[in-house]
Every structure is written in C-alpha cells, then in structure tokens.
Design a protein around this ligand. Sequence first.
Ligand code: SF4
Length: 353
Amino acid sequence: MINLKNLNFKELENFVVENGWPKFRAKQIAKWLYNKKVESFDQMTDLSKEIRQTLKEKCEINSLKLLTYQQSKIDGSIKFLWQLKDGNTIETVLINEKNHKTLCVSTQVGCAVGCKFCYTTKDGLIRNLETAEIVDQYINVQRFLGDEEENRISNIVYMGMGEPLANYDNVKKSVQIFTHPDMCKLSHRKITISSSGILHQIKRMFEDKDFPQVKLAVSLNASHQSQRSYLMPISQTNTLEDLMDLLRKLPLKPGWRITLEYVLIKNVNDTVEDAKRLVNLIKKDKHRFKVNLIPFNPYPGSDFERPEESRVLAFEKVLWDNNIATFIRWSKGRDIDAACGQLRKKEMLFLNA
Ligand code: SF4
C-alpha cells in the first residue's frame, strides 16, 4: 500500500501518470488530501468511480489514530497523543500564540541524541517517522480544530520528539509538502527546523537545492564546550566552536535570523558568567542570531531544576545590554505535563497496565 502523503508533488504526478491518468489528476488528489483534508477516497467526488476504486486498492491516506489529548487551562495549548500503524506512539503540541497558532511536530519515535535534560531520549531511538506521519500531525490537528480563519495553523516548528536532521529525507519531503502551492501552501518563513547541531546535516540542508528554504533553530544550551558536551553528548564530536563557525557562514535570506535555543538549568548554565560567555560567542555576528531562553521544566526523575525567575531575568538582561535580541519562552501548557514525551510515557504505562 502506498500512503499518498509519503509522496511529494512530483512523485504524486509520476504516480498518476504511471496509472494512465492525465497529470492534472495530481492537483485534484492533492486538493482533497491537503485542502479538504478528507479521510477516505469516497469523499474525492470529482474523481471517476474507476479512479477511486484503483486508489482504494493501491493506496491509503491515514497514518495516525488519536489516542488522547490534553488542553492546558493556563494558555489553551493542546497536547495530542497519536498511535501509529505499528502501535508506537508520538506527541504533537498545538501552541496558542498571541496572534497565531503554531504546531510543534515530532519527527522520530524517541531520539538517539541523548541530551541530558530531555525526557524523549530516555528510551533511545525506536524509529524514524515516515513523511506521511509527520504531515498527518498537521492535517489531523487542523481537521480537529476546524477550518475557521481563527483556527488556522500558520506556523510549524520541528521541535517535538526526535532530531529532525537525523531523519533527513522524510523531513525534507514533509517540508516540500507543507510549502507546495498545490499542497499545504504554508509560508516558508513560518516553518522552523530545530536541530541539536549535527554539523554535516545542517551543511547538507543548506546546500540541497531541493530542500525548501525554511528557518533554522539550533539548541545551544551552553556557553562553553565542556558544559555543552556534558549536557549534549553530540557536542563531543560536533563541537561548540565548529558549530558557531558554521552558523556564522550559512547563507541567510535578507532579514532572516538563526534562533539559538538555550534551556536554562539552575546552577548548571544559568549564571551571569554564562550569559557573558554567550554574548562573546554571538557578539561579532549578533544580527544573524536571536536567542530563545527556555527555563527548564522539571519532570519526575529529572536531575535538574528550573532557575528562579530572577536568575532568568538577570541572564536575559546581560544579553539585551549587549544588543542581542533575546526572548524568554516560558513553556506553554505547563499544567498538561512538563516535558515533551511525558504524555506518551504515561499512556504507554496505562496501555501496558
Ligand atoms: S532535546 Fe531533541 S535532540 Fe536532544 S535528546 Fe531530546 S529530542 Fe533528541
């Protein structure tokens, strides 16, 4: 069975032609999948019965089943838990920003990167998500919310479970589908890929002509090398110095900046000295970066604590005093589970009980 959402537009056209249908059928099918967001071939009413029958025999559309969701009473964020065809589960988070909605999608079941502060990585990597499983997180949540203008998801961040650039091909194809004018039609500038800093994959993404240009965020989380390799083992080979060298050279569209994410952990990387070191890392090229400070959200069994607000503000002040654009991201939906991956873990315990 071919899941049609595993095909980018070119592949969908090839599939249509291989079946002896005119090319324009690809546009029609894409409209039903990504604009109307249908769940069955019978809903594709402008296709002939024969075409629908062939599609039913050869293809499938759905890859996710909603197991449960939780909505935050604080800010309305919603965390969705999906079951995949093989029984694995993943999470997606809908974030209600002031003027828009952002969807945080997962790209892997688990993660191999092993960041010390991260809940998702506790069980290691189970598998990469298929393109359809990434795209369906958006399709299913948008269907759940309804089509009204105020419910439209405009932004996608690849910041859920997994390291997106370790699932390069499927992530690339999902971005092609999200941005294609005959598919999801989302704006390139409203999609952000967040990486832990795999240097060769970041380079590859920027050199790849078929990878639609979208924004890049990198998890920095440290102000010097030994701190970073302690928190993020990936930094033992992808060093902070090499990472910053690469980020300083990447070609950026006018007005675009790279986001540096910095999870603030009490007494680990949250001192004023850390902030000053961070300034030194950025200051020569401060116009190409902005910094997101994310106070750590403790989860049961985590080794780390969240810094007091005064420490977070003092850290931020050092950066602003040096004219570095800095924003504090107080985590959304703190009441619906602190860390990404926790809802999944809870449900697994429940299912296996
Ligand atoms: S923070 Fe991201 S890259 Fe690091 S272990 Fe967690 S999911 Fe993987």
